[in-house]
Each structure stands twice: as structure tokens, then as C-alpha cells.
Design a protein around this ligand. Structure first.
Ligand code: PGA
Length: 252
């Protein structure tokens, strides 16, 4: 399977800064046929960055979408509006779930909306520190995966990407340990296997996210069942991001 290095720029960089940064990435990131490199700027920067980048080098992702295609939903951006601009969309990121109160139903509808509009959803799942301390990690992950993918047809599964992002590891200085990541990503793949069959589950890229950068990318990418990285802060440093792409290209 290809490796995925996906940068989530979050609410950083204005349009001008995003363009400058994309130009810097274009000079720094190398193209590898077995690595899918994706950058996810804020909504406003998608169009200018899209016109600027070579899509063989980097693909574009949005950080969120609304699940209705159109209508009276002031301030929202639909997957349909993103169609033709973004090839990916991050859905159910922990900041959406925990700061903006999105629940499993929103997440499920958004996954549907992305697929319906030909955009690959990156479904984020992960337990909070409290859930982890209570020994609920497995239960939480199964629930989030089962709910997020509930209405996905078998024929659509090939478009889905899942990211394991333990909430306590995001934006911290504390990435998850490789043993925990191995256990969690196995739980996720097994749950997809229960829903769609073991063979189909093997084709779904599962990413790790949470305080990952150039220094720990290799150990994370070496974990069984980890097929890529969803990167926050380190994706805003061109040399770090390029380094992760190189590491992904070198790992079998
Ligand atoms: P971080 O963010 O790499 O800054 O921890 C990860 C994420 O939110 O995807």
C-alpha cells in the first residue's frame, strides 16, 4: 500500500502566507510514486494553493465540510463546494469533536457527503485521556469507526482513509508509544474487517497523528498497520514535512 503524509495546517496562515508556504513546499518536497503527499490549508487558501501546486507532487485536502450539499446553512462549506478543489477532507478531527461539539452522527453524515461528492474522507478517531485512563480505548475506537463508516458501501471503502489520533497526543509533547499505536490501529483494522471483511479492511490506509514530526516519523511508520501520518505543527515547517515524505518513501 502507498504511504500517506498528510499535513493539517489548522487555522494557521492567511491566504498570502499559505501561498508562500506552498511555494516553499513545492521546492522542498520530493515526488515518490509510493507516497501520497497531501496538504490541508484553511478553506480560503484552497483555491490559490490549488492553482499553484503541481498535483502530481501534492494533493489538497480540506479540514472539514458540512454534510448537506447546499442550502440555507450560513457560514458552512459543503463537500459539494469543495468538489474539484480538494481531493481529501479531514472529518471528525478531535478539535471538531471536542471544541465544536461534533458527534458521531455529524461525522457519519460528513463521511457520506464526502464520498457522494467524490472526495476522500479522512475519518479521525481517537480516545481522550480520561477514556484511556478508564480502559475504554478499544470501545471508543470501535464505536467511532463503526459509526463513522456505518453507511459506507463496500464499493466506497477504497476511498476511505482512517486516522488514529489519540486526543491526549495532539498538540502536546507526548506522542503515543508505538505499542499503544500498534494496539489501537489493530483494533481499528479489525473493526473495519468486521464491517467489510478482512480482505477489504487490509486496503484501508490507517494513519497515526499526534505530535509526530521528522524525529519520530520513522518509528511510527514502522508500526504494523500504520500506513501514514496526519501531521499538525510539523507540517508547517517545510524541511520537517519534506523529511517525513522522504522517510515514508524509504520504509517498506
Ligand atoms: P500535532 O497535531 O501534530 O500538532 O500534534 C496533529 C493533528 O491534530 O492532526
Amino acid at each position: 500500500m502507498k504511504k500517506y503524509i498528510i499535513g493539517n495546517w489548522k487555522m494557521n496562515l492567511n491566504v498570502h502566507e499559505a501561498s508562500l508556504f506552498a511555494a516553499k513546499l513545492a521546492q522542498t518536497v520530493k515526488v515518490h510514486s509510493d507516497v501520497e503527499t497531501v496538504i490541508c490549508p484553511g478553506f480560503l487558501a484552497l483555491e490559490p494553493v490549488s492553482l499553484q501546486i503541481d498535483h502530481r507532487q501534492m494533493k489538497l485536502g480540506a479540514q472539514n465540510c458540512y454534510w448537506r450539499d447546499e442550502g440555507a446553512f450560513t457560514g458552512e462549506v459543503s463537500a459539494r463546494q469543495l468538489c474539484g478543489l480538494a481531493q481529501y477532507v479531514i472529518i471528525g478531527h478531535s478539535e471538531r469533536r471536542h471544541i465544536f461539539g461534533e458527534d458521531d452522527r455529524d461525522t457519519r453524515f460528513k463521511v457520506q457527503a464526502a464520498l457522494r461528492n467524490g472526495i476522500r474522507p479522512i475519518l479521525c478517531v481517537g480516545e481522550t485521556a480520561d477514556e484511556r485512563d478508564a480502559g475504554d480505548t478499544e470501545h471508543v475506537l470501535c464505536d467511532q469507526v463503526a459509526s463513522g463508516l456505518m453507511n459506507v458501501a463496500s464499493g466506497q471503502l477504497g476511498e476511505v482513509v482512517v486516522a488514529y489520533e489519540p486526543v491526549w497526543a495532539i498538540g502536546s509533547t507526548r506522542p503515543a508509544g508505538t505499542t499503544d499505536v500498534a494496539a489501537a490501529t489493530k483494533v481499528i483494522r479489525d473493526e473495519i474487517g468486521r464491517m467489510f471483511g478482512v480482505a477489504a479492511a487490509k486496503t484501508v490506509p490507517i494513519l497515526y497523528g499526534g505530535s509526530v514530526g521528522g524525529s519520530n516519523a520513522e518509528e511510527m511508520l514502522s508500526v504494523d498497520n500504520v500506513n501514514g501520518l496526519l501531521v499538525g505543527r510539523s507540517s508547517l515547517i517545510a524541511s520537517e514535512f519534506a523529511k517525513m515524505v522522504e522517510i515514508a518513501a524509504e520504509i517498506d
